[in-house]
Ligand binder design. Structure first.
Ligand code: DHE
Length: 521
């Protein structure tokens, strides 16, 4: 870092760590914020050294928890506690309420702001050609630890942690890999996209692609990332090489109405990204190939393979009209058809992507969580299974005639579901119910629960991922003093337990890059 910048950062850190001792006597939230929070979180609340403090970015944080953090701080971070001599109970309440108030208008976050935010930690061309660790590079797990905002890289054979590094605040959603499994891309709720090299175990580059981001997708040729934002209403294409922004695509209907992005995924067989929109009755397809418009240098990690050619862009948008506002979605395994839930969670629809419109409705009440769906074959028919946020069932749907094959009763409404080609079992959870410490295991042949695990009685347990061969299942005990518990996937016996700080998700390189039918997209 340049010395002047280091000094400036040190000054701000000092200001964060040593809150003003002047007692706040007025309940004016703007004044309190400016005095006590702005130095780290930005005067506009869009974040600086600390995260953005906007309702959209705070995820599931409750106001009472926000008050506790203001009063006591966040251990192992720069966030100090503010004692009662500094902030009265009323001032803490006012501040907590303030950060849950939406901004009066959507802030500008275009090419200029995105480009200016970019940090290159290591020039991509200087990265090693071979892994600097002895582990199987395709059987690594990226584990997102929300407890102290860290990421652990775990060897999927020895179950040891190869690296643990501080992430941006509140990473969310699946880590995404380059098609060769070498790089991992992480998105934070604050819009930061980070690129990490699994060969050298180091961060490569970071860029803030939005103020509030849903997720990121990687093109299957490894050249592009597409980021879906809810603030502002944009999709942002990045060069996967060093995260240079390529294009900001406003999400509008062309008639003055704009929309948040629900999620964006890549559809490898179609060489395109697909985005669902929360506020327009449209699904967007954005091809990354076949349109030689954006001329530039195509980077390659294979030495000597860089070439100056025209590469795809500027991501022309194909708009598919649907009858619902789409929130959460899922694909059949060939990526021909897309299942989606309506924003009110009462209905499901099927969109045929080639036909370009909705072709069926689904009997899916109780807010299905399609993003966690899995595909498998049941009695010779391709089916998908999904948990529901509101109903204690897993629905199994035939993906040819779109009829419900079965609703499997569960101990509680669940969040995630995972399978693998090499096991007949699908592992669920009861995240939203009172038995949230259980992992029910379903036999995909009988569609019955055949076993229930309770890895840490009384503690929230959810989200499973298999090793590349499907032999072991890794389960998250999602508490601050939590763990990844490794089970033999055939006998359901525990084989290892790694302490982790609220490990919310874990992603196996092989399963993700091969788009395993049992994992998320
Ligand atoms: Fe998630 C994935 C949306 C709350 C943990 N979640 C996703 C994805 C979306 C999404 C769009 C897909 C991203 C991807 O992988 O490309 N999540 C939402 C919501 O709308 C919701 C309900 C509210 C919100 O706050 O945004 C929500 N999610 C949560 C949580 O509270 C969870 C349990 C913990 C957290 O956020 O700290 C949580 N979401 C996850 C995880 C994944 C995820 C672990 C990746 C699942 C996977 O296996 O790929």
């Amino acid at each position: 870092l340049p010395a002047a910048l280091s000094l400036a950062i040190a000054a701000v850190l000092l200001a964060c760590a040593a809150p003003s001792t002047a007692r706040a006597d007025g309940p004016n939230p703007e004044r309190l914020f400016a005095e006590h929070c702005a130095a780290c979180h930005g005067g506009d609340r869009l974040g600086a050294i600390g995260p953005a403090l906007l309702p959209e970015n705070l995820g599931r944080l409750k106001p009472a928890e926000a008050e506790r953090i203001i009063r006591h701080g966040r251990p192992a971070t720069q966030m100090p506690g503010f004692p009662v001599e500094t902030l009265s109970d009323e001032a803490v309440r006012v501040l907590a309420a303030y950060v849950f108030t939406p901004l009066p208008e959507v802030p500008a976050w275009g090419m200029e702001e995105i480009a200016a935010s970019r940090v290159v930690h290591k020039a991509p061309a200087t990265l090693p050609e071979k892994p600097r660790h002895g582990a199987d590079p395709l059987n690594l797990f990226t584990v997102v630890e929300a407890g102290d905002h860290h990421v652990s890289i775990v060897d999927g054979d020895s179950f040891t942690v190869l690296d643990r590094f501080e992430s941006r605040f509140a990473l969310h959603g699946g880590a995404k890999y380059s098609p060769d499994g070498r790089f991992v891309y992480l998105a934070s709720r604050d819009g930061w996209v980070s690129k990490y090299d699994l060969h050298s175990l180091s961060l490569v580059a970071e860029v803030r692609a939005g103020v509030n981001t849903r997720n990121v997708a990687v093109s299957s040729d490894g050249r592009f990332l597409m980021v879906g934002n809810t603030l502002p209403h944009t999709l942002v294409a990045l060069d996967a090489w060093d995260l240079t922004p390529i294009k900001v695509i406003p999400v509008t209907d062309g008639k003055g109405k704009s929309s948040r992005v629900s999620a964006v995924y890549s559809m490898p067989p179609r060489k395109s990204f697909v985005a669902a929109l929360k506020d327009l009755q449209e699904v967007w397809e954005l091809p990354w190939d076949d349109r030689p418009v954006y001329a530039g240098l195509v980077h390659s990690h294979e030495p000597g393979r860089e070439e100056a050619v025209s590469v795809p862009g500027p991501f022309p948008v194909r708009k598919l009209k649907v009858n619902e506002f789409v929130d959460d979605f899922f694909f059949d395994q060939p990526y021909d058809q897309l299942m989606a839930t309506s924003r009110d969670g009462k209905k499901g629809i099927v969109v045929h992507i080639d036909v370009g419109r909705q072709i069926a409705e689904l009997d899916l009440p109780g807010m299905p969580h399609l993003g966690s769906g899995i595909n498998f074959v049941h009695e010779g028919r391709p089916v998908m299974a999904t948990p529901h946020f509101k109903d204690p069932v897993i629905s199994v749907i035939d993906t040819v005639d779109w009829k419900t094959v079965k609703r499997i009763p569960m101990p509680g409404p669940g969040f995630f579901l995972r399978g693998h080609e090499n096991t007949p079992y699908a592992w669920a959870d009861a995240y939203m119910g009172k038995d949230r410490d259980t992992i029910p295991i379903i036999d995909t042949r009988s569609l019955e629960i055949v076993h229930t695990l309770r890895p840490a009685p009384g503690k929230l347990t959810a989200h499973v991922e298999f090793t590349r061969d499907g032999r072991y299942a890794l389960v998250s005990v999602m508490e601050d003093e939590g763990a990844i518990v490794v089970y033999d996937a055939a006998t359901f016996t525990e084989v290892n337990r790694l302490p982790m700080r609220k490990p919310i998700g874990k992603y196996n390189v092989w399963n993700k890059i091969n788009f395993s039918s049992g994992t998320s997209h």
